[in-house]
Design a protein. Sequence first.
Length: 404
Amino acid sequence: MLDIHKIRAEFPILSQKINGKPLVYFDNGATSQKPQIVIDAISKYYTEINANIHRGVHTLSQMATDAYEVSRKKIQQHINAKHAHEVIFTSGTTHSINAVANGFTSSLKAGDEVLVSALEHHSNIVPWQMLCERTGATLKVIPMNQDGELIQSEYEKLLSTNTKIVAVNHISNALGTINPIAEMIQKAHTVGAAILIDGAQAVPHLKPDVQKLDCDFYVFSGHKICGPTGTGILYGKEAWLNKLPPYQGGGEMIATVTFEKTTYADLPHKFEAGTPNIAGGIVLGTAIDYLNNIGFENIAEYEHLLLEYATQKLLEIDGLKIFGTAKQKTSVISFNIEGIHPYDIGTIIDKKGIAVRTGHHCAQPIMDFYKIPGTIRASFAFYNTKEEIDIMVDAIQKAKAMLI
Ligand code: 7TS
């Protein structure tokens, strides 16, 4: 089991007061907090090795390049990619999905189909809609049931040889549903479709094995796993990344440039135009080391206890309804209280130092499905505690008494 006291001491922000009260941070689905080791690594980079990478012969540039490439290798090992050059640094999940969706532009035509699911974040809907607008392809949606689970029989019906790419999340940000992606990947491949997994909400809770999963693309953000904002990963199978044209043109992504013709650099550089977030990329490796030292099995086990405890406590509140009751769930609870707007609860409990997200969570179709304007979302991380859950439940009870 985790030494929560020790872990919490490693996150300086957790000992802050917000509105005069100790911070209770339950907005981990939006972004995680950062341990001191990550904060220090950013400072160390700028203090000791700041230089542009892959450019000069000078020593400092070499040091920065080496550190960046060491981090790429760490991430490769973490997700078990076959090659380091299958790991592309991006600015986040959104960037990664846009890079892939753009890459499919020249290979799609009218009659082709792109499948997304009813559970997606807008980041995994809009780039595909834009792709369909550019190419004349059709966007189709895998439906969900009342528990917030994707209906697998409907998915099978939607798949056909017209399906060119499936884009689905590993874990839903709004409901916490863990999707059966291993089977979904296999099914996509039976019709010859490529499949992208949006792992933004999965990587904080588990270690994906992209070779075992056999997904074509797996994308995530660094800021949700204790890393800096403006960092992300696009994993793609070598064959796909070689096939897709680059998303952006610029420095560092070329082999040769003349005014007549440009040839592109090999992977991973083909997808890494311009000066990247060097410090961020390096420190993402530090964050991943930090999490692996704690251990993802320990994290998952502890977060599951928090999920069960919070679910039970919240359901003791009269009129409270949880949205997202999938059998396979991670430590995210979306809920509403009858007769009260989620925003009102969020605002009142913020006064007590409690950070939750309210609204549609960038997943408006899910809110439309349930015919609600939004929810209150409490999303827990391995540094949260049962005591904090008690504080939130008590604050909600009091807010409810004020509002009804
Ligand atoms: N996909 C999923 C499943 C997400 O949860 C998010 C961010 C994104 C994509 C986009 O990631 P970004 O790092 O590029 O912005 N989700 C949330 C959230 O639930 N609350 O704030 C951001």
